[in-house]
Design a protein around this ligand. Structure first.
Ligand code: FE2
Ligand code: FE2
Length: 178
């Protein structure tokens, strides 16, 4: 990942890790939500359990990553590459959108689990499916904005010493446990 000078080839490699993994995780969550919506009542309990587990894992990873960006990389990039400031505030509002979406998904899955025989089941399932689809769409866009604009421009604009400083901050934060 790092060159001989200790400067990573690309900031994105350091910050995002394997974003393919995130996309795979979202697809998995979506698959589980689809099963939940279409496999019907006999598998509801099993599918619900799976969905809640997958969501908990996915939320934990995504929240950690967003907090890290907001605490470490975004403030640094905003200060050192001022033309990225506007994009950064857009990305932060997308982070908030993720948080809202994940909270709603968690809420509705809990509702389903607690009121398995509820008359509104179909409506709630529909909501869950919608939220899952929106989440995947939002995430794909977000990753694209970060990889194709934010981190690419950062790579072009930061001086080597600034890049080194950013890398140092990222590593320090990693050691403290994200
Ligand atoms: Fe990111
Ligand atoms: Fe992000």
């Amino acid at each position: 990942m790092a060159s001989r000078l200790g400067i990573p080839k690309k900031i994105i490699d350091l910050v995002e890790g394997d974003s393919g993994e995130t996309i795979e995780e979202t697809r998995r969550l979506q698959r589980i939500l689809t099963n939940l919506c279409y496999e019907g009542k006999p598998s509801l309990g099993r599918n619900l359990k799976q969905a809640r587990q997958a969501l908990a894992l996915f939320s934990r990873d995504l929240m950690e990553h967003m907090d890290f960006e907001e605490k470490v990389t975004f403030p640094y990039l905003g200060t050192h590459v001022p033309k990225l400031e506007l994009l950064i505030s857009l990305l932060c509002s997308e982070h908030d959108e993720f948080r809202r979406n994940l909270r709603s998904l968690d809420f509705w899955l809990k509702e389903l689990a607690e009121k398995e025989d509820g008359r509104n089941r179909m409506t709630v399932l529909e909501k869950v499916k919608e939220l899952g689809t929106f989440l995947a769409y939002l995430l794909q866009n977000h990753l694209l904005e970060e990889s194709e604009i934010l981190y690419r421009v950062a790579d072009q604009e930061l001086r080597p010493d600034e890049k080194r400083q950013l890398v140092k901050r990222i590593n320090e934060q990693n050691h403290r446990g994200r």
